[in-house]
Write a protein that binds this ligand. Structure first.
Ligand SMILES: [Zn+2]
Length: 181
């Protein structure tokens, strides 16, 4: 089953990645394993932020306390790959193992930011499908920067796929055969 992510949250993550480049952006994801409803950007405290990411422990603690106060669960971690595909690096896998957290990676390798979700358990790294939730939309500014437009294109592609999936589910079931008289 796909993990749903709110449209505004996906856009926020793509924008954070674009503004942090050439460094990696990072942050935490909140909600449930069925629905990612919030992203909290954190600063990247790694020694080489263009190649790795590390949360600042105090900032992370403050963010988790804020989630607690809003009764939201910590479900995942996101970070960006400014120049590489959205695939976890060996270092990413080592950091994620046993955390039980979803791992979202946004890649800026191509013109359009690409979001990919992963589950890391022991030595297995599994891609999860991510569905954009357009029901919780937010108003869009009239004048859009190019970055906004890029994020919206990503969102639009994902929402078309979601609509396709929804319309397939809405197809009427095959008619039942009438019982013999
Ligand atoms: Zn990485």
């Amino acid at each position: 089953m796909a993990v749903r992510i709110a449209y505004a949250v996906a856009r926020q993550i793509a924008e954070h990645a674009l503004s942090a480049a050439p460094d990696e952006a990072c942050g935490i994801l909140a909600g449930t394993r069925a629905q990612i409803s919030r992203a909290i950007p954190l600063k990247n405290a790694a020694d080489a932020p263009d190649r790795q990411f590390r949360f600042d422990p105090e900032e992370q603690l403050a963010a988790l306390k804020a989630l607690d106060a809003d009764e939201l669960g910590w479900v995942g971690v996101y970070h960006s790959h400014p120049k590489s595909p959205p695939i976890p690096s060996p270092e990413d896998i080592a950091a994620a193992v046993d955390s039980g957290l979803l791992q979202l990676i946004v890649s800026l390798e191509s013109a359009r930011p690409k979001l990919k979700l992963w589950q890391v358990e022991g030595s297995s790294v599994t891609p999860l499908s991510l569905a954009l939730d357009t029901e919780v939309d937010t108003p869009i500014d009239d004048r859009l920067s190019q970055r906004h437009q890029v994020a919206i294109v990503v969102a639009a592609v994902a929402s078309v796929l979601l609509l396709l999936a929804v319309s397939l589910m809405l197809l009427p079931p095959a008619p039942e055969l009438a019982p013999p008289p």
